[in-house]
Design a protein around this ligand. Sequence first.
Ligand code: ZN
Length: 287
Amino acid sequence: MTRKLLAVLAHPDDESYGIGGTLARYVAEGVEVHVAIATDGAAGSIDEKWQGDRSRLIEARAQELKNAANILGVHLHLLGYRDSGYIADAANKHPEAFINSDDDKTVCRVVQLIRDIRPQVVITHDETGGYYHPDHIRSYEVTTAAFFASGQADRCPNVGLLPYQPQRLYYNAFSNRWVRIMIFMMRLRGLDPTQGGRNKDIDYTKIGIDPAKITTTIDYRDYWDIKVKASAAHGSQGGGTGASRLFPQSLQRLVFSQETFIRVYPPVPPGYREKDLFDAMPEPEAL
Ligand SMILES: [Zn+2]
């Protein structure tokens, strides 16, 4: 019986910039890896050339995502919601924006995926969304609710699939330890860390969580190149690795080739640490 993993993420590129190393590693280890992307990504910070041409940008981002998924070797599922944009973006107000989607319907859409795929492990963004992006936080809310609803027979009966309770829920989260170093480097270079990102709307001083909350560290040094290649497929977003351009690649590979998670379910005691999302998990029984 196959080990399976489902990651529910907000935007085309979160699968590569965010957890591409982890996904590539589990694909290489024979896990059937599924990625569901909630939005079309058409409100993301974008190149001048896409301004005013939403439909072409949607098309381009879908193609980039498809290419990245092929490079990572994952099965792709598009939930098709409209990108809500970053905090205070006008796109937040659009009735079809992901953040304004109907709670029950959206949760059941993810329940449908879970019941259909039947993964042992489910991953989504943490409650900070990494950098407080409203779509990331929405993914966290919806996926957490769906993880627990999926096993309950009285929830989402219209989905028409048997209830299924996955074994583990993880949030992708990163420690502010590296962010503090990055802030130091930015200040050295005369950059303002409270006005980061292409649109200068990301406050790096508020990013990252207390390292004590991290339970799970996935080393992807052997899959670094796959993550870089998958990230490069997202040309409309700059195609970076998601890591900082302030450091040389060789150093980044050495220091940054880890992605970190919080194990949410089943809960773990304080101080618990593991290096595998499937750590000590019994082989799934044949059904
Ligand atoms: Zn995102």
